[in-house]
Design a protein around this ligand. Structure first.
Ligand SMILES: Cc1cc2nc3c(=O)[nH]c(=O)nc-3n(C[C@H](O)[C@H](O)[C@H](O)COP(=O)(O)O)c2cc1C
Length: 236
């Protein structure tokens, strides 16, 4: 089994999102699952130019000479594709959207129907596989993930994929800066490990584990106060 982790955080492996994803990823390595990590910010990924050359020429690689092909061929054959990203303006960081747009060569040029939807069929070289979402956001509310959840619930239908779970961390700064011996923080870290085990054993992350990962760390009013006190050290 192959896992491709696509990380769209500009803070790469030092950010809040990767810190939250860390226990999940470490558990995949513990379980000896073949796992490759791609930090999108290590690569140059141009915008899709919308030229349709990839579809019309029935080619899997884009003519643009950037780094997309270094990820593309690993991505298309992965059994599990883990999308790791912070919320930016209630959506994906733009580099992540670029990455998704640049997957366009997986489609055939003609139109067909699937799941009651008009769409370009998928080329046989593309293994749709399972998708897992791991995300963090700065505000307190879970509603900051609503747009990406809605987006990916639709996206997977077009890509013939299965959404196998999501680990979502609201008020991520409280996770980052809280004492790691705090029971809630320990429980959130364990949820990452449990999520990886469940995914590999049963093919999906349970709702119970998803809830543990997203649990409230502190009440909203406390978070606002804590954040503003924390911020004072940077205020010039
Ligand atoms: C440009 C930008 C836009 C953001 N927009 C949101 C947002 O809409 N909602 C939210 O809760 N957090 C937002 N955040 C906060 C980040 O999602 C949050 O700090 C996240 O944990 C950062 O992860 P990272 O350290 O991996 O980059 C935004 C941050 C940036 C830089």
């Amino acid at each position: 089994m192959k896992v491709a982790i696509i990380n769209g955080s500009p803070n790469k492996n030092k950010g809040n999102t990767f810190l939250f994803a860390d226990s999940f990823i470490k558990e995949l390595f513990n379980l000896r699952v073949e796992t490759k990590i791609f930090h999108l910010y290590d690569f140059s990924i141009n915008n899709c130019l919308g030229c349709y050359n990839c579809l019309l020429n029935k080619k899997l690689d884009c003519f643009q000479e950037d780094d997309m092909n270094n990820i593309f061929f690993e991505y298309i054959k992965a059994d599990i594709k883990v999308f790791v990203f912070p919320i930016h303006s209630l959506f994906l960081p733009s580099i992540f959207k670029n990455f998704l747009d640049r997957l366009f060569p997986v489609f055939d040029p003609w139109l067909g129907m699937n799941n009651g939807l008009t769409m370009h069929p998928l080329k046989e070289e593309f293994f749709p596989g399972k998708i897992v979402l791991i995300s963090s956001c700065g505000y307190w509310e879970m509603s900051n993930f609503d747009i990406v959840l809605n987006y990916f619930n639709n996206y997977i239908k077009y890509m013939g994929q299965e959404l196998s779970g999501s680990l979502l961390r609201p008020h991520a700064l409280a996770f980052r800066y809280s004492d790691k011996n705090n029971d809630k923080i320990k429980n959130i870290i364990q949820a990452g490990e449990k999520g990886a085990k469940e995914l590999i054993d049963s093919g999906e992350i349970s709702q119970e584990t998803e809830k543990e990962a997203s649990q409230e760390i502190m009440p909203r009013e406390d978070y606002i106060k804590w954040f503003n006190d924390f911020y004072k050290q940077f205020d010039k």
